[in-house]
Design a protein around this ligand. Sequence first.
Ligand SMILES: NC(=O)c1ccc[n+]([C@@H]2O[C@H](COP(=O)([O-])OP(=O)(O)OC[C@H]3O[C@@H](n4cnc5c(N)ncnc54)[C@H](O)[C@@H]3O)[C@@H](O)[C@H]2O)c1
Length: 334
Amino acid sequence: MRTSSTKRILVTGGAGFLGSHLCERLLQAGHDVICVDNCYTGTKENIRALLGNPSFEFVRHDVTFPLYVEVDEIYNLACPASPIHYQFDPVQTTKTSVHGAINMLGLAKRVKAKILQASTSEVYGDPTMHPQREEYWGNVNPIGTRSCYDEGKRCAETLFFDYFRQHRLRIKVARIFNTYGPRMHPNDGRVVSNFIVQALSGHPITVFGDGSQTRSFCYVDDTVEGLMLLMNSGDEFTGPVNLGNPGEFTMLELAEKVIELTGSKSKIIYKTLPQDDPRQRQPDISLAKKKLGWEPKVKLDDGLARAIAYFDSFLKSGMSSLKNEYPLDEARSG
Ligand SMILES: NC(=O)c1ccc[n+]([C@@H]2O[C@H](COP(=O)([O-])OP(=O)(O)OC[C@H]3O[C@@H](n4cnc5c(N)ncnc54)[C@H](O)[C@@H]3O)[C@@H](O)[C@H]2O)c1
Protein backbone atom coordinates (compact mmCIF):
# COMPACT_ATOMS: atom_id res chain seq x y z
CA MET A 1 0.00 0.00 0.00
CA ARG A 2 1.31 3.52 -0.88
CA THR A 3 1.95 5.82 2.08
CA SER A 4 2.98 9.48 2.11
CA SER A 5 6.60 8.35 2.44
CA THR A 6 6.35 6.00 -0.55
CA LYS A 7 8.34 7.40 -3.46
CA ARG A 8 8.33 6.46 -7.13
CA ILE A 9 11.94 5.74 -7.91
CA LEU A 10 13.58 5.13 -11.28
CA VAL A 11 16.73 2.99 -11.32
CA THR A 12 18.52 2.96 -14.68
CA GLY A 13 20.78 -0.05 -15.06
CA GLY A 14 18.50 -1.73 -12.51
CA ALA A 15 19.01 -5.23 -13.94
CA GLY A 16 22.77 -5.01 -13.45
CA PHE A 17 24.89 -6.05 -10.50
CA LEU A 18 24.61 -2.94 -8.31
CA GLY A 19 21.23 -1.90 -9.73
CA SER A 20 19.49 -5.17 -8.85
CA HIS A 21 20.65 -4.93 -5.23
CA LEU A 22 19.55 -1.30 -5.12
CA CYS A 23 16.07 -2.13 -6.53
CA GLU A 24 15.73 -4.82 -3.86
CA ARG A 25 16.65 -2.45 -1.04
CA LEU A 26 14.35 0.33 -2.30
CA LEU A 27 11.42 -2.11 -2.46
CA GLN A 28 12.23 -3.30 1.07
CA ALA A 29 12.10 0.35 2.17
CA GLY A 30 8.52 0.50 0.84
CA HIS A 31 9.04 2.41 -2.42
CA ASP A 32 7.68 1.87 -5.93
CA VAL A 33 10.55 1.05 -8.27
CA ILE A 34 10.80 1.37 -12.05
CA CYS A 35 13.82 -0.52 -13.30
CA VAL A 36 15.03 0.59 -16.74
CA ASP A 37 17.63 -1.49 -18.50
CA ASN A 38 18.51 -2.56 -22.04
CA CYS A 39 20.05 -5.79 -20.67
CA TYR A 40 23.39 -5.07 -22.33
CA THR A 41 25.33 -6.41 -19.35
CA GLY A 42 22.49 -6.91 -16.90
CA THR A 43 19.96 -9.73 -17.06
CA LYS A 44 16.35 -10.37 -16.09
CA GLU A 45 17.77 -13.21 -13.99
CA ASN A 46 19.21 -10.59 -11.60
CA ILE A 47 15.72 -9.19 -10.94
CA ARG A 48 13.69 -12.38 -11.36
CA ALA A 49 12.77 -12.45 -7.67
CA LEU A 50 11.35 -8.91 -7.96
CA LEU A 51 9.24 -9.37 -11.09
CA GLY A 52 6.15 -10.58 -9.21
CA ASN A 53 6.22 -7.64 -6.80
CA PRO A 54 3.37 -5.17 -7.63
CA SER A 55 5.62 -2.26 -6.57
CA PHE A 56 8.22 -3.23 -9.17
CA GLU A 57 8.17 -2.56 -12.91
CA PHE A 58 10.79 -3.54 -15.46
CA VAL A 59 11.11 -1.48 -18.64
CA ARG A 60 13.49 -2.59 -21.39
CA HIS A 61 14.88 0.71 -22.68
CA ASP A 62 18.17 2.20 -23.83
CA VAL A 63 18.95 5.39 -21.90
CA THR A 64 20.60 6.96 -24.95
CA PHE A 65 16.99 7.59 -26.05
CA PRO A 66 14.63 9.89 -24.11
CA LEU A 67 12.30 8.42 -21.52
CA TYR A 68 9.08 9.84 -20.12
CA VAL A 69 8.00 8.60 -16.69
CA GLU A 70 6.67 10.33 -13.59
CA VAL A 71 9.10 9.76 -10.73
CA ASP A 72 10.32 11.43 -7.54
CA GLU A 73 13.90 10.18 -7.64
CA ILE A 74 16.31 8.81 -10.25
CA TYR A 75 19.35 6.65 -9.61
CA ASN A 76 21.34 6.73 -12.86
CA LEU A 77 23.39 3.53 -12.95
CA ALA A 78 23.06 2.50 -16.59
CA CYS A 79 26.53 1.94 -18.05
CA PRO A 80 28.66 -1.15 -18.61
CA ALA A 81 31.18 -1.09 -15.78
CA SER A 82 33.85 -3.63 -16.60
CA PRO A 83 36.68 -3.04 -19.11
CA ILE A 84 35.75 -6.04 -21.27
CA HIS A 85 32.19 -4.83 -21.60
CA TYR A 86 32.79 -1.09 -21.94
CA GLN A 87 35.60 -1.60 -24.46
CA PHE A 88 33.49 -3.95 -26.61
CA ASP A 89 31.54 -1.00 -28.08
CA PRO A 90 33.36 2.11 -26.83
CA VAL A 91 31.23 4.57 -28.82
CA GLN A 92 28.06 3.15 -27.23
CA THR A 93 29.77 3.37 -23.82
CA THR A 94 30.42 7.09 -24.18
CA LYS A 95 26.91 7.59 -25.56
CA THR A 96 25.42 5.71 -22.60
CA SER A 97 27.25 7.93 -20.12
CA VAL A 98 26.79 11.22 -21.94
CA HIS A 99 23.46 10.92 -23.81
CA GLY A 100 22.15 8.82 -20.91
CA ALA A 101 23.03 11.60 -18.45
CA ILE A 102 21.46 14.26 -20.72
CA ASN A 103 18.26 12.24 -21.07
CA MET A 104 17.97 11.47 -17.35
CA LEU A 105 18.84 15.04 -16.33
CA GLY A 106 16.24 16.29 -18.82
CA LEU A 107 13.68 13.95 -17.26
CA ALA A 108 14.64 15.07 -13.73
CA LYS A 109 14.22 18.69 -14.79
CA ARG A 110 10.79 18.06 -16.33
CA VAL A 111 9.35 16.10 -13.40
CA LYS A 112 11.36 17.94 -10.70
CA ALA A 113 12.97 14.71 -9.49
CA LYS A 114 16.10 14.40 -7.41
CA ILE A 115 18.81 12.61 -9.39
CA LEU A 116 21.88 10.61 -8.40
CA GLN A 117 24.74 9.72 -10.72
CA ALA A 118 26.72 6.51 -10.23
CA SER A 119 30.12 7.94 -11.08
CA THR A 120 33.35 6.11 -10.53
CA SER A 121 36.82 6.19 -9.06
CA GLU A 122 37.96 5.91 -12.71
CA VAL A 123 37.45 9.69 -12.96
CA TYR A 124 40.75 9.89 -11.01
CA GLY A 125 42.48 7.88 -13.77
CA ASP A 126 45.97 6.72 -12.80
CA PRO A 127 46.10 8.89 -9.68
CA THR A 128 49.14 10.80 -8.48
CA MET A 129 47.48 11.42 -5.08
CA HIS A 130 46.93 8.68 -2.49
CA PRO A 131 44.43 8.07 -1.11
CA GLN A 132 42.12 9.91 -3.54
CA ARG A 133 40.11 12.79 -2.15
CA GLU A 134 37.18 14.35 -3.98
CA GLU A 135 39.16 17.57 -4.61
CA TYR A 136 41.67 15.69 -6.76
CA TRP A 137 41.04 16.37 -10.48
CA GLY A 138 42.56 13.13 -11.70
CA ASN A 139 45.15 11.95 -14.19
CA VAL A 140 43.19 10.58 -17.13
CA ASN A 141 44.32 9.63 -20.63
CA PRO A 142 41.70 11.16 -22.98
CA ILE A 143 42.55 8.93 -25.96
CA GLY A 144 43.26 5.49 -24.48
CA THR A 145 41.17 2.34 -24.56
CA ARG A 146 39.70 3.09 -21.11
CA SER A 147 38.81 6.67 -22.05
CA CYS A 148 35.29 5.86 -23.31
CA TYR A 149 34.42 4.93 -19.74
CA ASP A 150 36.60 7.37 -17.77
CA GLU A 151 35.90 10.43 -19.92
CA GLY A 152 32.24 9.47 -20.41
CA LYS A 153 31.80 9.42 -16.64
CA ARG A 154 33.74 12.69 -16.25
CA CYS A 155 31.52 14.36 -18.84
CA ALA A 156 28.42 13.01 -17.05
CA GLU A 157 29.66 14.64 -13.82
CA THR A 158 30.13 17.92 -15.72
CA LEU A 159 26.56 17.69 -17.02
CA PHE A 160 25.22 17.01 -13.53
CA PHE A 161 26.94 20.09 -12.14
CA ASP A 162 25.88 22.27 -15.10
CA TYR A 163 22.24 21.22 -14.60
CA PHE A 164 22.70 22.00 -10.90
CA ARG A 165 24.13 25.47 -11.57
CA GLN A 166 22.01 26.34 -14.61
CA HIS A 167 18.68 24.68 -13.78
CA ARG A 168 18.93 24.32 -9.98
CA LEU A 169 18.39 20.58 -10.18
CA ARG A 170 18.78 18.57 -6.99
CA ILE A 171 21.78 16.40 -7.84
CA LYS A 172 23.95 13.83 -6.08
CA VAL A 173 27.19 12.43 -7.46
CA ALA A 174 28.71 9.27 -5.96
CA ARG A 175 32.21 8.20 -6.99
CA ILE A 176 32.01 4.46 -6.50
CA PHE A 177 35.18 2.44 -5.98
CA ASN A 178 35.48 -1.29 -6.79
CA THR A 179 32.40 -3.07 -5.49
CA TYR A 180 31.92 -6.82 -5.44
CA GLY A 181 29.36 -9.39 -4.39
CA PRO A 182 26.69 -11.78 -5.68
CA ARG A 183 25.33 -11.12 -9.22
CA MET A 184 28.54 -9.73 -10.63
CA HIS A 185 28.90 -11.09 -14.14
CA PRO A 186 31.01 -14.25 -13.79
CA ASN A 187 33.43 -13.46 -16.60
CA ASP A 188 33.33 -9.73 -17.07
CA GLY A 189 37.00 -9.19 -16.37
CA ARG A 190 36.47 -7.66 -12.95
CA VAL A 191 39.15 -8.97 -10.72
CA VAL A 192 37.14 -10.35 -7.78
CA SER A 193 34.64 -12.31 -9.89
CA ASN A 194 37.35 -13.58 -12.22
CA PHE A 195 39.62 -14.79 -9.45
CA ILE A 196 36.67 -16.55 -7.77
CA VAL A 197 35.44 -18.17 -11.00
CA GLN A 198 38.97 -19.22 -11.94
CA ALA A 199 39.54 -20.70 -8.47
CA LEU A 200 36.19 -22.52 -8.39
CA SER A 201 36.73 -23.93 -11.91
CA GLY A 202 40.28 -25.02 -11.14
CA HIS A 203 41.73 -22.72 -13.84
CA PRO A 204 44.97 -20.82 -13.25
CA ILE A 205 44.45 -17.43 -11.56
CA THR A 206 45.64 -14.67 -13.89
CA VAL A 207 47.50 -11.83 -12.22
CA PHE A 208 48.61 -8.88 -14.38
CA GLY A 209 52.08 -7.42 -13.97
CA ASP A 210 53.78 -8.58 -10.77
CA GLY A 211 50.51 -8.34 -8.83
CA SER A 212 51.76 -5.51 -6.63
CA GLN A 213 49.14 -3.03 -7.95
CA THR A 214 46.52 -2.40 -5.27
CA ARG A 215 42.75 -2.02 -5.16
CA SER A 216 40.22 -1.60 -2.41
CA PHE A 217 37.04 -3.67 -2.49
CA CYS A 218 33.67 -2.71 -1.05
CA TYR A 219 30.89 -5.23 -0.51
CA VAL A 220 27.74 -4.46 -2.51
CA ASP A 221 25.46 -4.01 0.55
CA ASP A 222 27.76 -1.27 1.86
CA THR A 223 27.86 0.53 -1.50
CA VAL A 224 24.06 0.39 -1.87
CA GLU A 225 23.63 1.71 1.68
CA GLY A 226 25.95 4.61 0.77
CA LEU A 227 23.98 5.41 -2.41
CA MET A 228 20.68 5.51 -0.49
CA LEU A 229 22.13 7.67 2.29
CA LEU A 230 23.47 10.05 -0.34
CA MET A 231 20.11 10.27 -2.11
CA ASN A 232 18.43 11.01 1.23
CA SER A 233 20.97 13.61 2.34
CA GLY A 234 20.06 17.32 2.46
CA ASP A 235 19.66 19.12 -0.88
CA GLU A 236 22.69 21.30 -0.15
CA PHE A 237 24.98 18.26 -0.35
CA THR A 238 25.64 17.39 -3.99
CA GLY A 239 28.89 15.45 -3.68
CA PRO A 240 30.93 14.29 -5.46
CA VAL A 241 31.53 11.87 -2.65
CA ASN A 242 33.72 8.77 -2.61
CA LEU A 243 32.01 5.49 -1.70
CA GLY A 244 34.45 2.67 -1.25
CA ASN A 245 36.37 0.61 1.22
CA PRO A 246 39.74 2.10 2.19
CA GLY A 247 41.19 -1.33 3.05
CA GLU A 248 43.87 -1.82 0.37
CA PHE A 249 45.06 -5.18 -1.01
CA THR A 250 47.52 -6.11 -3.73
CA MET A 251 46.20 -8.26 -6.56
CA LEU A 252 48.53 -11.00 -5.37
CA GLU A 253 47.11 -10.86 -1.82
CA LEU A 254 43.58 -11.05 -3.25
CA ALA A 255 44.47 -14.04 -5.43
CA GLU A 256 45.97 -15.84 -2.42
CA LYS A 257 42.91 -15.05 -0.26
CA VAL A 258 40.53 -16.39 -2.90
CA ILE A 259 42.58 -19.59 -3.20
CA GLU A 260 42.49 -19.99 0.59
CA LEU A 261 38.72 -19.33 0.94
CA THR A 262 37.72 -21.59 -1.96
CA GLY A 263 40.20 -24.32 -1.00
CA SER A 264 41.20 -24.34 -4.69
CA LYS A 265 44.28 -26.00 -6.16
CA SER A 266 44.59 -23.27 -8.84
CA LYS A 267 48.05 -21.86 -9.50
CA ILE A 268 48.76 -18.15 -9.99
CA ILE A 269 50.08 -17.15 -13.44
CA TYR A 270 51.37 -13.73 -14.49
CA LYS A 271 50.53 -11.71 -17.63
CA THR A 272 51.57 -8.32 -19.02
CA LEU A 273 49.90 -5.33 -17.38
CA PRO A 274 47.27 -3.78 -19.73
CA GLN A 275 47.46 -0.16 -20.95
CA ASP A 276 46.51 2.56 -18.43
CA ASP A 277 45.98 0.07 -15.60
CA PRO A 278 46.20 2.22 -12.45
CA ARG A 279 48.95 1.20 -9.99
CA GLN A 280 47.02 2.05 -6.89
CA ARG A 281 43.46 2.99 -6.00
CA GLN A 282 42.24 3.78 -2.52
CA PRO A 283 39.39 6.04 -1.49
CA ASP A 284 39.57 8.71 1.16
CA ILE A 285 36.08 8.41 2.65
CA SER A 286 36.28 11.21 5.23
CA LEU A 287 33.61 13.19 3.36
CA ALA A 288 31.15 10.25 3.28
CA LYS A 289 31.78 9.66 7.00
CA LYS A 290 31.21 13.33 7.84
CA LYS A 291 28.23 14.08 5.57
CA LEU A 292 26.46 10.71 5.43
CA GLY A 293 27.69 8.97 8.57
CA TRP A 294 28.67 6.15 6.19
CA GLU A 295 31.51 3.70 6.23
CA PRO A 296 31.74 0.11 5.01
CA LYS A 297 30.88 -2.58 7.54
CA VAL A 298 31.42 -5.87 5.69
CA LYS A 299 34.94 -7.32 6.04
CA LEU A 300 36.67 -8.63 2.90
CA ASP A 301 36.71 -12.23 4.16
CA ASP A 302 32.95 -12.17 4.91
CA GLY A 303 32.07 -10.50 1.62
CA LEU A 304 34.29 -12.86 -0.35
CA ALA A 305 32.66 -15.85 1.37
CA ARG A 306 29.19 -14.61 0.28
CA ALA A 307 30.40 -13.95 -3.27
CA ILE A 308 32.07 -17.37 -3.43
CA ALA A 309 28.82 -19.06 -2.27
CA TYR A 310 26.91 -17.22 -5.04
CA PHE A 311 29.38 -18.13 -7.81
CA ASP A 312 29.58 -21.70 -6.57
CA SER A 313 25.83 -22.22 -6.91
CA PHE A 314 25.80 -20.21 -10.15
CA LEU A 315 28.44 -22.42 -11.74
CA LYS A 316 26.61 -25.55 -10.63
CA SER A 317 23.29 -24.27 -12.01
CA GLY A 318 22.10 -24.18 -15.63
CA MET A 319 23.34 -20.58 -15.83
CA SER A 320 26.88 -21.84 -15.97
CA SER A 321 26.73 -21.84 -19.80
CA LEU A 322 27.34 -18.09 -19.42
CA LYS A 323 30.82 -18.88 -18.22
CA ASN A 324 32.05 -19.45 -21.75
CA GLU A 325 30.85 -16.09 -22.97
CA TYR A 326 34.13 -14.33 -22.14
CA PRO A 327 37.60 -15.83 -21.93
CA LEU A 328 38.52 -16.70 -18.37
CA ASP A 329 42.08 -15.44 -18.60
CA GLU A 330 40.92 -11.91 -19.41
CA ALA A 331 40.91 -10.92 -15.73
CA ARG A 332 41.58 -7.24 -15.32
CA SER A 333 42.14 -5.34 -12.14
CA GLY A 334 39.58 -2.65 -13.01
N1 LIG B 1 30.61 -2.27 -9.65
C1 LIG B 1 31.57 -1.40 -9.46
O1 LIG B 1 32.61 -1.74 -8.90
C2 LIG B 1 31.42 0.02 -9.90
C3 LIG B 1 32.44 0.92 -9.60
C4 LIG B 1 32.32 2.23 -10.03
C5 LIG B 1 31.18 2.66 -10.67
N2 LIG B 1 30.20 1.77 -10.93
C6 LIG B 1 29.03 2.27 -11.68
O2 LIG B 1 27.84 1.74 -11.16
C7 LIG B 1 26.93 1.46 -12.21
C8 LIG B 1 26.47 0.01 -12.15
O3 LIG B 1 27.59 -0.82 -12.30
P1 LIG B 1 27.50 -2.41 -12.19
O4 LIG B 1 28.76 -2.87 -11.58
O5 LIG B 1 26.22 -2.78 -11.60
O6 LIG B 1 27.58 -2.80 -13.73
P2 LIG B 1 26.58 -3.72 -14.60
O7 LIG B 1 27.20 -3.81 -15.95
O8 LIG B 1 26.25 -4.96 -13.89
O9 LIG B 1 25.29 -2.81 -14.65
C9 LIG B 1 25.07 -1.81 -15.60
C10 LIG B 1 23.65 -1.96 -16.11
O10 LIG B 1 23.40 -0.92 -17.06
C11 LIG B 1 22.71 -1.50 -18.16
N3 LIG B 1 22.97 -0.66 -19.33
C12 LIG B 1 24.13 -0.50 -20.01
N4 LIG B 1 23.96 0.36 -21.03
C13 LIG B 1 22.66 0.74 -21.00
C14 LIG B 1 21.88 1.59 -21.80
N5 LIG B 1 22.40 2.25 -22.85
N6 LIG B 1 20.56 1.74 -21.50
C15 LIG B 1 20.01 1.07 -20.45
N7 LIG B 1 20.72 0.24 -19.65
C16 LIG B 1 22.02 0.09 -19.93
C17 LIG B 1 23.29 -2.88 -18.29
O11 LIG B 1 22.48 -3.77 -19.03
C18 LIG B 1 23.43 -3.29 -16.83
O12 LIG B 1 22.26 -3.90 -16.34
C19 LIG B 1 27.64 1.81 -13.52
O13 LIG B 1 27.25 3.09 -13.92
C20 LIG B 1 29.09 1.80 -13.13
O14 LIG B 1 29.84 2.69 -13.93
C21 LIG B 1 30.29 0.46 -10.58
